[in-house]
Design a protein around this ligand. Structure first.
Ligand code: ASN
Length: 310
C-alpha cells in the first residue's frame, strides 16, 4: 500500500489550487444550505455510526465496532434515517459524512474517496419529477453563485463554466445502455456539455429501498444526475418503497436479511408514507466546478482508496 509522507502532505496542503477549491467548497456548502433553508427545509445533524446503514449495491469493506454488546456500522449513507425522520418533519437535509471503504482499484476513477460528505435530503409525499426539478434548481443556483463570487479563482484555474437551461435532458437507463453499451454513463458524460439525468434504473443495479414502478416491474422510480465533460455521477436518489411487505420482498430478492435492517423494519411496522430524496457528493461537485482530474485535489486530507492517508 502506498504511504503518504509528511513532505507530500505539506506539498499538497500548500497548493494554490487546494486553497481555491476550499474557498469554492465554502460557497457551495453555504449556497446549497441557503437554497434549501429558503424553501422550508430543516437541517438535521449527521449520523456518524448506527445500528443500520445503507447496504449499497457494490462491494466495500465493512467498518463496524461493538459498544456495550451492540454492533454499530459507520454510516455509508443516511438513507434509513432520512426515511424515518421525514415521516415527522416533511422536508429535511443534512451534510452527511459517509465512510465507504472502496476497493483499491477505485482510485483510478479520480472520483472516489473513502470518506466524503454528501448533501442528503428527503421530502415527504414528493414525486421523482418534483425532486428532479428541485435538483436542477439547486444545481443552477449553486453554480450561478460560484460563478458570481469566484470568477477570478475560476479564471486562475482556467475553468470555464456555464449555467445550463432547465429542464435537463433525461435518458432511460435501459435505452441508454442498449444504444451505448455498458459504459453508457461515461460515454454520455464525455459527449455532453450540460448535466443530464439517467432515470428508471433496473432493480438489480440498485439497493432494495427505491420504489418499483407499478406499471413496469423490475424498474425503479429513481434517478441519477450525471455531470458533463466526463465527470460522471453527481447525484443519486429516488422515490422510496414504503409498503412493509414490499420492503421485505425486496430485501429477500437482494439476498439480504431482515436481521440486517431490523431497526428500520421495526419502525416501518408503524406505517411509512411515500417520500423521495437524493444525495449529492460535495467533493465531486467541487471537483466538477474546479475542472480537476482528481478528487483528492479538493480535500486537504483525502482518503484515497488503497493509500495510507492522514
Ligand atoms: N443518498 C442516496 C439517496 O438518497 C443514497 C446513497 O447515497 N446511496 O438515494
Amino acid at each position: 500500500m502506498e504511504t503518504e509522507t509528511v513532505s507530500e502532505l505539506m506539498d499538497h496542503i500548500s497548493e494554490k489550487k487546494l486553497e481555491i477549491a476550499l474557498k469554492i467548497n465554502t460557497t457551495v456548502r453555504a449556497e446549497m444550505g441557503a437554497f434549501l433553508r429558503d424553501r422550508g427545509f430543516v437541517e438535521i445533524p449527521p449520523v456518524i455510526f448506527s445500528t443500520v446503514t445503507d447496504p449499497l449495491n457494490h462491494p466495500v469493506y465493512d467498518p463496524s465496532f461493538e459498544y456495550e454488546g451492540t454492533r454499530y456500522a459507520l454510516t455509508k449513507s443516511m438513507i434509513f434515517h432520512k426515511q424515518i425522520i421525514v415521516q415527522k418533519i416533511p422536508k429535511i437535509f443534512t451534510f452527511s459524512p459517509n465512510v465507504r471503504l472502496e476497493m483499491p482499484e477505485k482510485a483510478k476513477t479520480g472520483r472516489h474517496l473513502l470518506e466524503f460528505t454528501q448533501l442528503d435530503l428527503e421530502v415527504k409525499g414528493a414525486t421523482r419529477e418534483e425532486l428532479m426539478q428541485l435538483g436542477e434548481e439547486l444545481f443552477i443556483h449553486t453554480v450561478s453563485k460560484v460563478m458570481e463570487k469566484h470568477s477570478e479563482e475560476l479564471a486562475m484555474l482556467g475553468r470555464k463554466l456555464h449555467v445550463p437551461a432547465k429542464p435537463f435532458k433525461a435518458y432511460k437507463y435501459t435505452e441508454a445502455e442498449a444504444r451505448y453499451g455498458p459504459e453508457f454513463e461515461s460515454i454520455l458524460s464525455e459527449k455532453s456539455t450540460d448535466p443530464f439525468w439517467i432515470i428508471d434504473i433496473p432493480l438489480k443495479q440498485r439497493e432494495f429501498y427505491d420504489r418499483e414502478k407499478d406499471d413496469e416491474p423490475g424498474i425503479l422510480r429513481d434517478m441519477d444526475l450525471i455531470y458533463p465533460e466526463g465527470y460522471c455521477e453527481a447525484l443519486s436518489g429516488g422515490e422510496r418503497e414504503y409498503d412493509l411487505e414490499r420492503i421485505k420482498e425486496r430485501i429477500l430478492k437482494k439476498g439480504q436479511t431482515f436481521e440486517q435492517f431490523k431497526w428500520f423494519l421495526e419502525f416501518a411496522k408503524g406505517g411509512l408514507e411515500l417520500s423521495c430524496g437524493f444525495g449529492i457528493g460535495i467533493e465531486r461537485f467541487v471537483r466538477y466546478i474546479c475542472g480537476f482530474q482528481r478528487i483528492e485535489d479538493v480535500h486537504p486530507f483525502p482518503k484515497v482508496p488503497g493509500k495510507v492517508s492522514v
